[in-house]
Design a protein around this ligand. Structure first.
Ligand code: ADP
Length: 354
């Protein structure tokens, strides 16, 4: 058909009472009009007749409870179409219905995918805002408890002192959780940006050791640090990288009951390699891939002994990847775990150089 004919037919509204297509739709079966010039053609049929067609075969496109459309075959000679052709067209119509339905479903899935993406973005935004709002009053609670503990408002009775100390400990724990949720939602919302600056790996290791040493000592764990000499200055987000190492070392101390924690730092092939090794319970192979996902803990039971949110490693992985690095674990259950992170010494500079 030429464009003009298509346009003329497209303009016609076809109802169930129309001869031809209307008949086929009503009967849910193929309908033939052997000669359009006999009888009274509908306005649409008139257009087709004027264009030089005489014989028409209409095969409805059927779904169990719906008519999707119709397949119309015309020819310039009058007369019935062969039964074989009618069968062929029926098969073709059945296939077309499936194809049309698939295309529709596919479009719907795409649409749903877009909606889900938007919902997830809103969720991250909401979490980011909420955690931000929660931090302010919590910091004030922590500030005042600290003043109470320090005796600024006078010496507290021993019982009260112990209680306030617990308020303080729980408040700090809550702040840690809120900070984790804030970080994660910022990462998901694409709002976490790195503050790139020159840093010293030695300094990152030292800050980490200072933070975890008291707990390691109180658990009787030895803490050995080996930082290669003459390491070059790195470029990256020092605060975030310290957060990652602190998470790895904190986990090592938290999960290890006896033995040693080793922290090693070196430079290999343009990368810093930082290793945290422990003699803790180890991690089963099936769990090794999972622990870097959000909210994944090897022991998810409510009676779980070690605290934590299961967010630390997920955040660490994202931070390391934002630096263009990798993080992974090797472990044999019962023989400890070795976490290894590799980050380009000068993160973010290869892009400019390219
Ligand atoms: P969290 O420590 O807050 O639970 P993480 O994301 O840091 O969350 O760790 C996820 C899980 O991985 C932990 O709950 C623990 O089951 C496992 N894990 C991490 N580090 C170690 C380790 N050094 N030894 C044994 N298990 C570990």
């Amino acid at each position: 058909m030429g464009d003009e004919l298509i346009a003329a037919i497209s303009d016609q509204a076809i109802g169930l009472n129309d001869p031809g297509i209307g008949d086929a739709a009503r009967r849910r079966a193929p309908v033939q009009v052997p000669d359009l010039s006999e009888g009274t053609p509908s306005p649409a049929q008139k257009i087709v007749l004027d264009a030089g067609y005489r014989g028409v075969l209409v095969v409805p496109l059927l779904r169990p409870n719906k008519i999707v459309g119709a397949l119309v075959v015309r020819r310039r000679n009058p007369g019935e179409f062969d039964q074989q052709i009618v069968h062929l067209m029926e098969t073709f119509a059945a296939q077309s219905v499936l194809a049309i339905q698939n295309a529709k479903l596919f479009r719907e899935i795409e649409e749903k995918g877009r909606e889900l993406e938007a919902a997830s973005r809103h969720k991250s935004q909401f979490l980011a805002n909420m955690s931000h709002e929660l931090r302010t009053p919590l910091n004030s609670v922590l500030g005042f408890t600290e003043l109470l503990v320090d005796g600024i408002y006078g010496e507290l009775p021993d019982k009260a002192k112990a209680t306030v100390a617990r308020v303080q400990a729980n408040g700090r724990h809550l702040l840690g959780l809120i900070n984790d949720v804030l970080d994660l939602s910022k990462i998901e919302a694409g709002q976490l940006t790195l503050a790139l600056e020159d840093y010293s790996v030695g300094q990152i290791v030292r800050s980490t050791v200072t933070a975890v040493e008291p707990l390691a000592r109180s658990k009787g764990l030895s803490l050995a640090v080996t930082v290669a000499e003459n390491l070059p200055l790195g470029r990256g987000d020092e605060r975030r990288l310290t957060q990652v190492l602190l998470n790895l070392a904190g986990n090592a101390v938290k999960f290890t009951e006896r033995g040693a924690i080793d922290i090693l730092a070196d430079a290999v092939d343009g990368h810093f390699e930082i290793i945290v090794r422990d003699t803790g319970p180890g991690i089963a192979p099936t769990d090794q891939a999972l622990i870097f996902d959000e909210f994944q803990q090897v022991d998810n039971s409510s009676t779980r002994q070690k605290g934590g949110t299961g967010l630390g490693l997920a955040i660490s992985k994202r931070i390391v990847e934002m630096h263009g690095g990798t993080i992974g674990v090797e472990s044999v259950p019962g023989s400890g775990s070795t976490f290894r992170m590799k980050i380009p010494i000068r993160a973010g500079e290869d892009v400019k150089a390219a």
